[in-house]
Design a protein around this ligand. Structure first.
Ligand code: HEM
Ligand SMILES: *[C@@H]1O[C@H](CO)[C@@H](O)[C@H](O)[C@H]1NC(C)=O
Ligand SMILES: *[C@@H]1O[C@H](CO)[C@@H](O)[C@H](O)[C@H]1NC(C)=O
Length: 234
């Protein structure tokens, strides 16, 4: 079986697998065969947001782990940072999310980093970008080479889970083209303005959308398995 780690959006991108391994090995020592890797990821996502000052939510648990994988599905379902607003709306609609939920979930880009290769075209040749911001990001993202150099998705407060991401969009300082699409004169501008001026509505909508995302057709009951090692099936 080919896993999904080398799918285009994941390859050289997703990291932190060793953190999940550490949690899993501690759980297997204390209580073997009970807590799935899928539940570990869902709880770790919540705890990471809380640790950086964001909202908390109750994670429903009882997910089981997959015995299959689909490189093709990962390639076709994960939205690209080059998507237009209508492309973003339809990618999330395909999973049952409204445009408003898509904007709320995108607010997770208030933390974390992206590789130069994902935003190079925007910072050199993009429109709807603050020129001072573009120049400053170019310093660590050359026009050729340095593909894996990282820049924060939220230039203002990269390690705080706050609503600065939406304020950045209002001043054309979204790092990814897909970020700036949310505030580009289209139908989601008003939602960006709302989250920018009211952090509490952002955090409430974000938490609710995270619960919904975590409940997208999980394996339960006797489907799937509880992996012993999150890197492979039993
Ligand atoms: C709206 C469509 C989305 C697009 C096009 C998108 C795209 C991206 C890209 C290109 C990166 C940088 C990856 C790299 O350079 O290796 C990234 C990072 C990140 N994304 Fe998204 N994303 C989207 C939605 C989301 C959602 C819904 C979440 C979670 C709720 C999320 C959470 C994150 C986080 C936390 C990072 C930083 C990871 C790190 O620093 O290791 N993104 N995203
Ligand atoms: C994943 O990235 C590595 C390192 O850059 C590369 O050698 C490999 O060809 C990539 N795999 C796929 C499937 O793109
Ligand atoms: C920017 O556009 C110019 C002219 O089309 C092109 O030569 C150059 O390769 C582009 N640079 C990037 C980083 O996209």
């Amino acid at each position: 079986m080919t896993g999904e780690k080398t799918a285009g959006p994941n390859n050289n991108s997703v990291r932190g697998y060793e953190v999940i391994d550490t949690i899993k090995s501690q759980l297997e020592n204390l209580c073997p065969g009970v807590v799935s890797c899928a539940d570990i990821v869902a709880v770790a996502a919540r705890d990471s947001v809380v640790a950086l000052g964001g909202p908390s939510w109750n994670v429903l648990v009882g997910r089981r782990d997959s015995t299959t994988a689909s490189l093709n599905a990962a390639n076709s379902n994960i939205p690209a940072p080059t998507l237009s607003l209508s492309g973003l709306i339809s990618a999330f609609s395909n999973k049952g999310f409204t445009a408003k939920e898509m904007v709320a979930l995108s607010g997770s880009h208030t933390i974390g980093q992206a590789r130069c290769t994902t935003f190079r075209t925007r910072i050199y040749n993009g429109t709807l970008i603050d020129s001072t911001f573009a120049t400053s990001v170019q310093a660590n993202c050359p026009s050729t080479g340095g593909d894996n150099n990282l820049s924060p998705l939220d230039t203002t407060s990269p390690t705080s889970f706050d609503n600065a991401y939406f304020k950045n969009l209002q001043s054309r300082k979204g790092l990814l083209l897909s970020d700036q699409q949310l505030f580009s004169g289209g139908s989601t501008d008003s939602q960006v303005n709302a989250y920018s001026s009211n952090s509490a509505t952002f955090t409430t909508d974000f938490a609710n959308a995270m619960v919904k995302m975590g409940n997208l057709s999980p394996l339960t009951g006797t489907n799937g398995q509880i992996r012993k090692n999150c890197r492979k099936t039993n």
